[in-house]
Design a protein around this ligand. Structure first.
Ligand code: ATP
Ligand code: MG
Length: 459
């Protein structure tokens, strides 16, 4: 048993918190009582709590008040780290549907009263362990995200992060390839930030979005009076990137005549403004991006081969979203937090069914599609958890194999749970032990499969 004192947030009725410290102190824990709402806000600021014990006493606190407390405490968790809550409840309280629902939604585990210090200590030990694992991986992912400005820990993204770090240090041109909306621009920004040019400007130009007749002046600039309408001097985007990085998005759409000018700039490190009196020396690193097959464009004569080689000194491939299995949940949670913070702070997360729908959805490759769906989900969400219908994932016809597998799993899961419950006369604790899962997980599954165990008998 771990005897290192660890801070434990203890939140509940005075009788309960009076009884607890002594019991738990024997197990080497420091206990903080919180009975007033003011304390509840002040305490977590002073210490990092990873585990909280809450006495869910239906006679003292109504579920709505308790839920508000829990949400405000969760808000206070720093570094994206979530407190693992353990509920202390009477057997009668577990049978109350609002409290049972609350436990399954917010709690890591629960302990029925009276307190059995030995057993509670084991439960708390597990909660500390889970918090430590979760906190570690969330922090690691968050640190990486801070460094690269991107979310992801799949093998494809880890490989990309390594490559960004390498090419960031070198001043050569980079070509980024990848499907639309996979993060090419974010990658270019990360390369810039990790390069010795980080203090210089990052200038992005989308070659596909500029009208053909404006690209020359947009990129290279012009002098006053150099053509009709040029009533003042204009500094081009390449010059604006002096001592920094120029990001040329959709490079495949650059017209052939401008490809010649760009090539000259890359080789000679100088540009000529339209109507200018001579070349201007520049120190600019170029990063180009494309979602089209440039080799094919070269073969077909739409893209200059010499420019292709000049730009393609270093190249990075963006993994498509469909290849980033474990990132799907991370990305979805990241976009949910961002959107909720901006427009609906009361939306707290995904229901288990919604998360399941999101992680099994056959995302074609585009992160933007995911952002759109999550934004829509936050707007449509009626409570504080997103349901599958909110992001519009309930009517999808996903990939047949995935669907059949998911259906088969759900059916098998339901059958096993029902059979086990019936074998132990619907005693949930016994059923959880037989199934080798925690009771909280079992409650979640009962809710997910709409198994009305209470009708069948109390557990
Ligand atoms: N790994 C990621 N983490 C967080 N946000 C991401 C990630 N990848 C993409 N995004 C977001 O997805 C959107 C599209 O990213 P970005 O513009 O970098 O993609 P792109 O490949 O340049 O797209 P396009 O081909 O349409 O120009 C942006 O809002 C970006 O912030
Ligand atoms: Mg882009």
């Amino acid at each position: 048993m771990n005897t290192t004192p660890r801070p434990l947030l203890c939140f509940g009725s005075p009788e309960m918190t009076d009884a607890l410290p002594l019991e738990l102190a024997r197990h080497g824990r420091v206990v903080h009582d919180i009975t007033a709402s003011d304390d509840c806000v002040a305490l977590p600021k002073q210490q990092d709590f990873s585990v909280g014990l809450v006495h869910l006493d239906e006679s003292q606190l109504d579920p709505a008040t308790l839920r508000r407390y829990l949400e405000s405490l969760n808000e206070l968790n720093r570094g994206g780290n979530q407190v693992k809550w353990v509920a202390l409840v009477s057997n009668a309280a577990v049978a109350s549907p609002p409290i049972a629902r609350m436990i399954t939604t917010y709690f890591y585990d629960y302990h029925t009263l009276p307190v059995d210090a030995e057993r509670l200590s084991i439960t708390l030990g597990h909660a500390y362990g889970m918090a430590r694992i979760g906190c570690h991986s969330v922090r690691q992912a968050a640190d990486r995200a801070m460094q690269f400005g991107m979310v992801g820990r799949s093998p494809g993204m880890r490989q990309l992060f390594g490559a960004i770090q390498k090419v960031g240090a070198i001043g050569l041109s980079v070509m980024i390839r990848g499907e639309s909306g996979t993060g090419k621009e974010l990658t270019a920004q990360a390369i810039h930030r990790l390069s010795p040019r980080a203090d210089g400007p990052f200038v992005a130009v989308n070659c596909a979005a500029l009208p053909k007749e404006l690209i020359q002046t947009e990129l290279f600039g012009h002098e006053k009076g150099s053509f009709t309408g040029a009533d003042r001097r204009r500094v081009g985007r390449i010059e604006a990137a002096q001592n920094g990085t120029l990001f040329l998005d959709e490079i495949g759409d650059l017209p052939l005549d401008l490809q010649v000018n760009l090539l000259r700039f890359l080789q000679e490190k100088t540009i000529d403004r339209i109507g200018g009196s001579g070349p201007i020396a520049l120190d600019v690193r170029v990063i180009a991006a494309t979602h089209v097959d440039l080799e094919k464009a070269v073969e077909e004569g739409r893209f200059r081969e010499d420019l292709y080689y000049q730009l393609n000194v270093l190249h990075l491939e963006m993994p498509a979203l469909r290849e980033r299995g474990e990132d799907i949940e991370l990305l979805a949670t990241h976009f949910l937090r961002e959107t909720a913070r901006a427009i609906r702070p009361n939306v707290k997360g995904f229901s288990e069914q919604a998360l399941n729908a999101i992680t099994t959805h056959p995302w074609p490759g585009n992160v933007r599609e995911m952002i759109n769906r999550i934004q829509r989900a936050v707007v449509m969400c009626e409570g504080d958890l997103i349901r599958p219908r909110d992001p519009g994932l309930d009517q999808d016809t996903p990939n047949c194999t995935l669907m059949r597998l998911a259906e088969a799993r759900a059916k098998a899961e339901r059958e096993v749970i029902e059979t086990t419950l019936s074998a132990v006369s619907n005693n949930v604790s016994k059923a959880a032990r037989r199934l080798d899962i925690s009771r909280v997980t079992l409650y979640r599954l009962l809710e997910q499969h709409a198994i009305d165990w209470q009708k069948k008998g109390a557990g």
